[in-house]
Design a protein around this ligand. Structure first.
Ligand code: ATP
Ligand code: MG
Length: 375
């Protein structure tokens, strides 16, 4: 067990690294952040910010030398970097799991090999694969295999005749072509798994996306109890098959009359798990610390229904949001990530809205966001 007083390293300095850093320091750990951005949200909270590229040899040596264990908040660290670190210091999530989750083709192959349901898909590595992919039919989505986030690197294909153009627009990089499901709803399960195989899942969240970006997560999900249970079991089975250690986000689709499909895996805390900062006995970042340090995992019990609503840069178009509107509402908790530039679609922060029921929390979230915005 790695106990408070030790120093932990984190690769990546965005908001997930920031919330990890704050939680780890609250628990009495030191934190070193590696991120190339001098203004990184996590760097500002850390004991030390190594401002260097993720594959900078000297910075990685310093991280391995000064930290008792290393984690990541970012799945796009170059493959090999985690492997290399793991030769010197305990690392979670495991490098093999990050390699799978950072590449949609490997991820979908892994899911298929283990019999986990996904939307029908085909790999498109080059123009030579287009004819085979077209047999899938449409509507469908062409997604870059790597480096996509918040719906970036995706093109909707309404008719298979559009596929070749879509592939050219994505510059011919390796892609996944997948059928678009008629979604009944989206769920996600954030869970933690320890080195000993112990697994603790937070209650499934019901997610609404807008323009490919997560807008709200509502807990408990307003779905039949049996479906929520199946979602939790499916996510746990995925984590176990992946021999995962750390916090994992499993994004799920519900379609075809209540059937579950795995969308994608995030080898880190997940945006849809931010409600745990205010609404569960242990939050997802504390679970990340616990799993990394070999400590017992904490209780995931839900203390109140909640809706998390993201604050995107769009909320700043009319000027600085009216924060007093958030503070004036009982049950509304404000989280800002310390990002200076509020660009449209950029995740600047979130609100967790606690209320007596999931419906009431959902309403409170939208009502508060509207009150904040100067339009
Ligand atoms: N096959 C599909 N059928 C229906 N809707 C889909 C499908 N694939 C993606 N979507 C919609 O687009 C959203 C974003 O897709 P996906 O999770 O693949 O993108 P991403 O860029 O990796 O997003 P993020 O990293 O923010 O989760 C999904 O949550 C869902 O709303
Ligand atoms: Mg996604």
């Amino acid at each position: 067990m790695i106990l408070p007083g030790a120093t932990l390293g984190v690769l990546g300095g965005g908001q997930l690294g920031r919330m990890f850093t704050i939680r780890a320091r609250t628990l009495g750990y030191g934190v070193v952040v590696l991120d190339p951005d001098a203004g990184s949200p996590a760097g500002a909270m850390a004991d030390r910010h190594l401002c260097a590229a993720y594959d900078d040899r000297a910075a990685l040596e310093e991280l391995a030398r000064s930290c008792a264990a290393v984690t990541t908040e970012f799945e796009n660290v170059p493959a090999g970097v985690l492997e290399q670190l793991a030769g010197h210091v305990p690392v979670s999530p495991p490098p093999h799991a990050v390699a799978i989750a950072q590449d949609r083709i490997l991820e979908k192959r892994f899911l298929a090999e283990h019999g986990f349901p996904t939307a029908a898909w085909r790999p498109v590595l080059s123009a030579a694969d287009l004819a085979d992919a077209a047999t899938l039919g449409a509507p469908a989505i062409l997604k870059t295999s790597r480096f996509g986030y918040d719906g970036k690197g995706q093109i909707s294909v309404e008719r298979v005749e559009e596929l070749a153009t879509a592939q050219q627009r994505l510059r011919g990089v390796a892609c996944v072509f997948e059928r678009r499901l008629a979604l009944e709803c989206e769920l996600s399960v954030v869970l933690a798994r320890g080195r000993d195989g112990a697994l603790v899942a937070f209650p499934p969240a019901e997610n609404v996306h807008r323009g490919g970006i997560l807008e709200t997560s509502t807990i408990p999900a307003r779905v039949p109890a049996q479906l929520a249970q199946s979602a939790a079991e499916l996510a746990a089975a995925v984590a176990t098959a992946l021999d995962y250690v750390g916090v994992l986000g499993v994004e799920l689709f519900v379609a075809d009359g209540g059937r579950l499909y795995v969308n994608e895996l995030a080898p880190r805390p997940h945006n849809s798990g931010h409600f745990t900062l205010d609404a569960t006995a242990t939050d997802q970042f504390e679970q990340q610390v616990r799993a990394l340090c070999g400590l017992p995992l904490g209780s995931p019990v839900l203390l109140s229904p909640a809706t998390m609503i993201n604050l995107l840069g769009d909320a700043w178009v009319g000027g600085e949001p009216r924060w007093e509107e958030a503070f004036a509402r009982p049950g509304v908790k404000l989280h800002l990530y310390g990002k200076r530039e509020p660009r449209p679609g950029r995740k600047m922060g979130h609100l967790t809205c606690l209320a007596a029921t999931a419906d009431a929390s959902f309403h409170l979230a939208h009502e508060t966001l509207q009150a904040l915005e100067r339009r």
